[in-house]
Design a binder for this molecule. Structure first.
Ligand code: NDP
Length: 284
């Protein structure tokens, strides 16, 4: 006996503004097609004062989950039933999952970074230098600290934002943290294992943007990671490669945070290569 037809797709999507330049829809729909999933990802332009209605709408329509991007990652928490532990520490949610009708907030940005990092090194016991103290930096700092990092030096222009992140790491994780206020070219200490750019320096159209660092302080034993997905070959990645460092581009974090979201929503282990190829073509 053949099964009854089912014309009801699994629904997911993204709420952000601006939304038009967000490539996530292409990356996720490509992997849904690859796995023959009857699922959709709908990229939605949602203004700040419409966020509550958007969340209630997704809930009413039975969406299995959605991403939140700029500027909703903090505000969305007010509309959720529960927030996962690391997302609660980070104070931001980029991925909402419906479980038994309840909405749960996760933060997959830092987890995606850790997955990407693990392709070249285990974070346990490592000494990090982290540029930036915004949303991406907070997510990365908390996840690498919870994954066993030894210490994190936060290098940031704004001392208040930097100090808040250092206090968060020290209070909520076993890792040690210190702040360097970034008011001159920064020399990366020789003992550093992993260097991470989590500022927006280098993001299109600022494609030649360079961090204010002493380039010769990047040494071949260091892993240098950038969060910037577009372009993937930032000036930092090129400079670090030229100095013999192992590098990780921002596509690794973008793809792996998406892999985690797809697994949370659909239960499938998404093919990261398909997702990476899709965004590589988009940013080529
Ligand atoms: P925020 O606005 O929250 O933070 C920006 C950070 O960059 C701040 O620490 C700011 O320093 C710093 N910064 C900006 N300009 C400069 C500069 N010229 N020199 C030094 N520091 C600077 O942004 P997010 O953290 O949300 O995003 C940062 C980047 O991360 C974006 O480019 C985004 O595309 C990328 N990202 C990538 C993801 C991925 O999956 N690959 C996921 C999420 C984000 P200050 O505090 O001193 O102003």
């Amino acid at each position: 006996m053949s099964e009854a037809p089912n014309f009801l797709s699994m629904l997911t999507g993204s709420f952000a503004t601006p939304a038009a330049e967000n490539p996530t829809v292409a990356m996720i729909e490509a992997v849904y097609r690859h796995h023959h999933l009857d699922a959709r990802y709908i990229n939605c332009e949602v203004a700040p004062d419409a966020l509550g209605d958007a969340v209630r709408g997704a809930q009413a329509m039975g969406w299995v989950g959605f991403n939140c991007s700029i500027p909703h990652k903090v505000a969305v928490i007010a509309y959720l039933d529960r927030v996962a532990d690391s997302a609660a520490i980070i104070g931001a949610v980029n991925c909402v999952v419906r479980r038994d009708g309840r909405l749960i907030g996760e933060n997959t940005d830092g987890q995606g970074f850790v997955t990407s990092l693990r392709t070249v090194a285990d974070p346990v016991g490592q000494t990090f230098v982290l540029f930036g103290a915004g949303g991406a930096a907070r997510a990365i700092a908390i996840e690498v600290a919870l994954a066993g990092a030894d210490s994190i030096t936060v290098v940031n222009r704004d001392p208040k934002r930097g100090a808040e992140l250092v206090a968060l790491v020290e209070q909520k994780t076993p890792a040690r943290a210190e702040l360097v206020v970034w008011d001159r070219p920064y020399r990366v200490p020789e003992r550093t294992n992993i260097v991470v750019n989590a500022t927006s320096v280098g993001l299109f159209p600022d494609v030649e943007g360079r961090l204010n660092i002493v380039l010769d302080s990047l040494r071949p034993h260091m892993i240098v990671a950038d969060v910037i997905p577009n372009p993937p070959q930032t000036a930092l990645i090129r400079d670090a490669k030229a100095r013999g460092c192992v590098t990780l581009d921002g596509l690794g974090m973008l793809v792996n945070q998406g892999v985690i979201c797809v697994e949370l929503w659909t239960g499938i282990s998404a093919n990261a290569t398909v997702m990476r190829q899709t965004v590589e073509e988009l940013f080529a």
